[in-house]
Design a protein around this ligand. Structure first.
Ligand SMILES: [Zn+2]
Length: 328
């Protein structure tokens, strides 16, 4: 953990500033292990392997920890030679100006850090939060960058003081929490007035829950992640060649995507065949393993954000339910 993270960290319970009570330094500004304490409520949290830990690793999101430690490099732009994550972050946030050195940007549910890697190219400080031990994968990839900070914490109890951050994005995360409305409403608190928020959530439309993935998930979400991944590797040689043909069909292609529960990005020609196969394994696991997958309705998301103090809420024309706004 870099010392400057203390500027924004706060008690996840009472939101007061935290103090470093014990520490072992790697360098003058980098803490490897230590304790963070809150004067107000007396709680303490450990810093382990250079990351402040506000939760135990074994929780509802542990399949994501497994997934992102296994596939940590697959979706990182600078490692795969494509700009998928860059395009998505720019399209889904619409943040056109570059963030500057005094500004703090938060990535909620950062996983292995695909979007964090893009955000950290600006001069600003970026903080990646994840409830799973995916933060360890992100630290391995991005921890060496001076402006990247990682924290293991819950979206329901974000460990930041009130109103200290300039922007916050949360892409593909909210539906995987046990209470999506509560998760959404927890983010605006940490933003400054006029701080920007960008969220993308799976959308619940008329037939969404009839998608084959939702039918299979009744069973697969209870499987041990290792067993599920082994099953996916067994299934791929049969289903993959089928999707190579069926997903490309005009009109009917959409129906087959609904019926066949694997991800194959036939519409992304910039990915090589090998990359597409790798992404398919990763995203099929991502569809079937999470403990929660609760797509949301647009009206509900707008309501929750309004009640949490977000204004100028707009839906953007991107896949999924992509909404931006700013704190009042
Ligand atoms: Zn406290």
């Amino acid at each position: 953990m870099k010392k400057k993270l203390l500027q924004v960290l706060g008690c996840p319970e009472c939101h007061e500033a935290l103090e470093l009570t014990e520490k072992e330094l790697v360098r003058d500004d980098e803490i490897l292990t230590g304790l963070l304490g809150c004067h107000e409520c007396g709680n303490q949290w450990p810093i382990k392997s250079g990351i402040p830990r506000f939760v135990e690793s074994d929780n509802y999101a542990s399949s994501f920890g497994y997934q992102w430690n296994k596939f940590k490099k697959v979706q990182i732009d600078s490692m795969n030679g494509v700009a998928q994550s860059e395009r998505r972050l720019h399209a889904e946030s619409e943040w056109k100006n570059k963030w500057t050195s005094e500004e703090w940007v938060l990535d909620v549910g950062c996983g292995a850090g695909r979007f964090l890697e893009v955000a950290s190219r600006d001069n600003c400080e970026v903080v990646g939060v994840d409830i799973s031990n995916a933060v360890d994968a992100a630290a391995e990839i991005l921890g060496g960058r001076n402006n990247v900070h990682l924290v293991q914490a819950s979206i329901f109890k974000l460990p930041f003081r009130d109103g200290v951050l300039d922007a916050c994005y949360c892409i593909g995360v909210i539906q995987h929490t046990p209470d999506p409305s509560l998760a959404l409403s927890a983010m605006p608190r940490v933003l400054k007035a006029r701080g920007k928020l960008a969220v993308t959530i799976y959308e619940c439309k008329k037939f969404t829950l009839l998608n084959s993935k939702y039918l299979l998930r009744h069973f697969t979400r209870w499987l041990n992640p290792k067993i599920l991944l082994a099953l996916i590797y067994c299934m791929m040689p049969i289903l993959w060649p089928l999707t190579e043909v069926l997903f490309r069909l005009p009109v009917l292609g959409r129906l087959f995507r609904f019926l066949i529960p694997i991800a194959n990005y036939v519409e992304k020609p910039e990915l090589s065949w090998k990359q597409r196969y790798q992404w398919a394994v990763l995203d099929t696991f991502d569809m079937l393993a999470p403990h929660y997958d609760q797509p949301q309705k647009e009206a509900d998301v707008f309501n929750v954000l309004q009640n949490a103090g977000v204004g100028q809420i707009r839906r953007l024309n991107n896949p999924g339910l992509n909404v931006v706004g700013q704190r009042n």
